[in-house]
Design a protein around this ligand. Structure first.
Ligand code: ADP
Ligand code: MG
Length: 353
């Protein structure tokens, strides 16, 4: 089941998967993600508001002794959606069934999962925005009325038998909340929005992960790693593993900040968490297009990448960190981008401050 889920999640993300700073799981990472996953809400780092909300939600369900309402977890990859789903099931002491939108090809696949759920069980549907239409409709009914219509037979003689389900909890995860049809969204009693993590929370997370991996890391090193992690726990853990490789090979007793800087420079990740492609994009805007504006297609051609890669992989982080802005006429490098590249915008260049 797990493999299936991650295959689904990885599909179509090949380009992205090659990058050290990709926020999707790469290679055998689903397995290594597992060892770094906290199992109780207390161990989940950061996101204090969300944790408090979820705590209340779970406490109430436990007191009332009923399965909690359905939960939707929304946010970019690598921020802890799967981890939270596992934590919820663990805190409730119930089994969790894992599937994903892309793994369910026909409504019948979902019907058979639903009809085999035990009372109180958590059904985790990753990438829920990718469920086929017919499965979505089946899911609304199951979530609301705890009923599923099982089709028997084919063609004109087919009939549907309503089957009553025990109460259970759906936890949906999505990176594209906007793609969920509103009737489905409305079936969730609680929606949690995960945000990128600030540096101090990432530092705590890195320190915790280093302890799990048995890697002696000083505070300054955790800070260096946090800066380069793009606000994303999955990236933080991945960079930490590369630093561990470095520590093993160099037989270090403690990892110091310089070790982090050197180890990650080897992977061409700079102080701001920008990698080779991000830098190539900024360089192209600044040197080839005089700071912009430039259309994404021209920009992508200049760095030898698909437009879609530039648009979905580089831009969100560059925009969020204030290195570039999107204007109706195209992409423009900000003053911060020029500074980061060590360049001064000439008079009349498209730099924004
Ligand atoms: N708040 C957190 N505290 C500790 N570890 C976290 C946190 N959020 C994510 N992680 C770790 O980051 C990795 C990716 O998290 P995951 O839940 O798989 O992300 P998502 O499902 O949103 O893509 C896992 O190893 C997970 O344990
Ligand atoms: Mg996940």
């Amino acid at each position: 089941m797990m493999d299936e889920m991650y295959d689904g999640v990885n599909a179509g993300a090949n380009e992205e998967s090659l990058r050290m700073v990709s926020s999707s799981p790469v290679g055998n990472e689903p397995v290594s993600d597992e060892e770094l996953r906290p199992h109780v809400l207390d161990g989940f780092i950061g996101q204090p508001l969300l944790k408090a909300q979820l705590q209340l939600f779970l406490d109430a369900a436990r007191k009332r002794d009923v399965p909690p309402d359905h939960i939707l977890l929304a946010g970019p990859p690598g921020l802890g959606k799967t981890t939270l789903a596992m934590i919820v099931a663990n805190e409730l002491g119930v089994p969790i069934r894992v599937t994903s939108g892309p793994a369910i090809q026909h409504a019948g696949d979902l019907a058979s999962i639903l009809s085999s759920l035990e009372a109180g069980e958590v059904l985790f549907i990753d990438e829920i925005h990718r469920l086929p239409r017919a499965a979505e409709e089946l899911l609304y009914i199951a979530m609301e009325d705890f009923r599923v219509d099982v089709m028997v037979g084919k063609g004109p003689g087919a009939s549907s038998i309503p089957l009553t389900l025990p109460r259970f909890t759906v936890i949906g995860a999505t990176t594209r909340e906007g793609m969920l049809p509103s009737p489905l969204r409305a079936r969730f009693g609680f929606t949690a929005h995960l945000d990128f993590y600030p540096h101090d929370e990432l530092e705590k997370l890195i320190t915790r992960s280093a302890a799990v991996l048995g890697l002696p890391l000083d505070d300054g090193s955790a800070a260096q790693l946090a800066r380069r992690s793009r606000g994303t726990p999955r990236i933080a853990n991945r960079l930490l593993r590369r630093v561990r490789d470095w520590a093993v090979v160099h037989e270090l007793d403690t990892v110091e900040p310089d070790d982090v800087v050197e180890a990650l420079a080897l992977y061409q990740i700079d102080t701001e968490g920008l990698d080779r492609l991000d830098i190539a994009v900024l360089n192209a805007i600044v040197t080839n297009f005089n700071g912009g504006p430039v259309g994404v297609n021209n920009l992508a051609a200049m760095v030898g990448e698909e437009s879609e890669t530039v648009e979905t992989v580089c831009e969100p982080y560059l925009v969020r960190e204030g290195f570039m802005v999107r204007t109706p006429r195209g992409r423009v490098a900000t003053r911060k981008a020029w500074d980061h590249l060590g360049l001064t915008p000439p008079d009349g260049a498209g730099a924004l401050s």
